[in-house]
Design a binder for this molecule. Structure first.
Ligand code: SF4
Length: 337
């Protein structure tokens, strides 16, 4: 089934009571001004004018339920006529775990919201505190339960490499989020955005940068955990924007193809496990699903080079085979191809 087209509208930071150290919503979303009901109507009018139906309206970028009830209603009611005529089939939004309650969720549902994304970020209270999140892991557990009880689809967002986090706490966060059985998840390795408190912490030496390599390592640990639990990771890494690429990302795990790097690392680990104990000088043929050939090969053939070096191989080649997901099979190994 084709996925509904998403019409994203950003609610940048508006009404957010908080000061997460990594956050500069204006810069991250590339949208400096708050959204109004008129903006919602204008965006949906363009969709209607194209004759499209069944789109999903998404309020992203801030904490939807932390804005005033009046503004929430203004935005949702502006979408009402487009829900009624089928231009829009559903609404999704993101918010903070401590900004949802039963009453609000019932109101959202009544107005056509079908999916709620909670910014859990970490399940370590120490990491949440060091990151200025202003909520606890218990808030996330409670909010996740309420979202599901309200009959809404739950998406959980986590971050890796926050202040005070390490590979173990990030892995633990992933396991605890998986235990909440969300419909899907997003993983955002920490990026140091210019002008944030996190940038000051990094420059002062009180925060160690979560590099692209760090993010690839930890995400290659946790992505398979979500997938093995049947939870789709719908996004890995911040969406690249012109501003972040042009220096808005001062440091940290900003890479336009982070998801591909992580998939490559997962494939590399699987291949390495298969080749343990192989005689030096062997010529190896690995088989993967056709859509994984490029991930197995790695950017600039990095995985081929890594395997050749690590196992002192004569050569490595990759072949498409009838395999599922990230499975790697040893098709052949011998003294030559
Ligand atoms: S909750 Fe944190 S990340 Fe979200 S908008 Fe507020 S300050 Fe930014």
């Amino acid at each position: 089934m084709a996925r509904a087209r998403i019409i994203p509208l950003f609610v940048p930071h508006l009404g957010c009571p908080n000061g997460c150290v990594f956050c500069d919503q204006k810069r991250i979303t590339g949208s400096p001004s708050p959204v109004s009901g008129a903006d919602v109507a204008a965006a949906l009018e363009r969709v209607r004018a194209r004759g499209e139906t069944g789109a999903e309206l998404a309020f992203y970028g801030g904490s939807f339920t932390a804005v005033s009830r009046a503004l929430q209603l203004e935005l949702l009611e502006a979408a009402g006529p487009y829900l009624a005529d089928g231009t829009v089939s559903a609404i999704r939004l993101s918010t903070r775990p401590d900004a949802v309650d039963e009453d609000t969720l019932a109101m959202l549902r009544e107005h056509g919201v079908r999916t709620v994304e909670l910014g859990a970020q970490s399940m370590s209270d120490a990491v949440l505190a060091a990151s200025g999140r202003g909520h606890t892991a218990a808030d996330t557990v409670r909010a996740a339960g309420l979202v599901k009880k309200a009959g809404l689809r739950l998406i959980l967002q986590m971050m890796t490499g926050l202040p005070g986090a390490d590979r173990d706490t990030d892995r633990d966060t992933a396991c605890k989020l998986i235990a909440l059985a969300p419909y899907g998840a997003r993983i955002y390795p920490t990026v140091i955005v210019k002008g944030t408190v996190l940038e000051d912490m990094w420059r002062a030496g009180t925060y160690r940068e979560h590099t692209v390599a760090d993010a690839v390592a930890v995400c290659a640990d946790i992505l398979p955990l979500f997938e093995q639990a049947g939870i789709k990771v719908i996004r890995l890494g911040l969406n690249p924007t012109a501003e972040l690429s042009a220096g808005g990302a001062a440091a940290g795990a900003y890479h336009p193809a982070l998801g591909e790097l992580v998939r490559s690392e997962i494939m590399l680990r699987r291949a390495a496990a298969l080749l343990a104990g192989i005689p030096a000088g062997s010529f190896v043929t690995l088989g993967v699903a056709p859509e994984r050939v490029s991930a197995m090969t790695g950017q600039h053939r990095a995985n081929i080079a890594a395997l050749t070096r690590r196992f002192d191989l004569g050569g490595v080649r990759i072949r498409p085979v009838d395999a599922a997901g990230d499975t790697v099979v040893l098709v052949d190994a011998g003294p030559g191809f």
